[in-house]
Design a protein around this ligand. Structure first.
Ligand code: GDP
Ligand code: ZN
Length: 291
């Protein structure tokens, strides 16, 4: 991954790729933004620089080195994401199957997930607090917000500070609205429009990282809006449930998948440290996975 170059006394600058279009890369550095070309060497080694890559560039405008990536998302193709803000909305009711699939997908891709419940203005009776509790017991950081009334957005700003984040979640939960409420300059289309436009024939969306604070970046468009879990090997699924840690190795059977086995430490925890609804979804997902 790391390419070394012999440099004849030229200065190297470190930065982060924020945009890449047709072989031109915008790199944000401490000295401002540079536009760079990737060296042919990358192509030869079949390395494609990605938005999010930490790189070294020369003052002449060449991208010379890509630092090892800590992770790589597929949709959109982007590297070194610090956290996915998995978003759901309290009205219409949360689709827990979908929500857990998003969280599993983050675990699979090794990116920390934060659960963000939006539209709390539509939930005056506060039923979203149960959802927060449920996911906190699953060891996720949570936040409740309203893009409309701006309630909770300060807390979300704190969560985003100093990190590179992307919003993900089903269409219509309010990802674009939250981004607009936080950073009006993004001026994203809302009401599901962004995705409709994205599918248009002549509109190629180029994912961009936008610097919104010191060391703080957000992806300027919502990330994945759907995920599949059926490719996950049955015995691996348990590894994507943080709340199973500390219990799953205590079962009688070494190969326990915590469904019908007796003396199962995970099943024993359901209703205790493991939320019954999370466990129910786990059972549903097990049906979808492959042996
Ligand atoms: P996205 O598809 O996840 O990006 O969702 P959008 O941001 O396009 O929002 C979908 C719809 O939900 C729009 O009609 C928004 O006006 C509405 N919406 C977004 N956030 C809120 C909120 O906090 N409260 C209410 N009541 N409606 C919201
Ligand atoms: Zn078990």
């Amino acid at each position: 991954m790391v390419l070394m170059q012999v440099l004849n006394g030229c200065t190297l600058i470190r930065g982060k790729i924020t945009r890449g279009v047709g072989g031109h890369y915008t790199v944000m550095t401490a000295d401002g933004e540079f536009t760079c070309h990737a060296r042919g060497l990358f192509r030869k080694h079949e390395i494609t620089p990605l938005v999010g890559d930490l790189v070294e560039i020369s003052t002449e405008g060449y991208l010379l080195e890509i630092m090892p990536r800590k992770n790589e998302l597929n949709r959109p193709k982007i590297a070194n994401i610090d956290q996915v803000i998995v978003t759901c909305s309290v009205r219409p009711a949360v689709n827990f199957h979908m929500l857990d699939a998003f969280l599993i997908s983050c675990e699979v891709q090794d990116v920390p997930a934060v659960l963000c419940v939006n539209k709390i203005d539509l939930d005056p009776e506060g039923s979203h607090k149960e959802i927060l509790k449920m996911y906190e017991s699953a060891k996720y950081r949570t936040i409740a917000v309203s893009a409309q009334t701006k309630e909770g957005l300060e807390g979300l700003t704190d969560i985003l500070a100093g990190k590179t984040s992307i919003f993900a979640g089903a269409s219509g939960v309010g990802k674009s609205s939250i981004l607009n409420a936080l950073y009006p300059e993004l001026a994203l289309a809302t009401g599901g429009l962004s995705e409709k436009i994205g599918r248009g024939k002549h509109t190629t969306r180029h994912t961009q990282l936008v610097q919104v604070g010191e060391g703080t970046y957000v992806v300027d468009s919502p990330g994945f809006t759907s995920v599949k879990v059926d490719h996950i090997p049955r015995r691996k699924l348990q590894d994507y449930y943080p709340e199973f840690d500390g219990h799953k190795n205590e079962c009688y059977y070494v190969k326990c998948i915590h469904i019908t086995e007796h003396d199962c430490a995970v099943q024993d925890q359901v209703g205790e440290s493991i939320h019954p609804a999370r466990y129910e979804q786990y059972k549903n997902f097990i049906q979808l996975t492959k042996e």
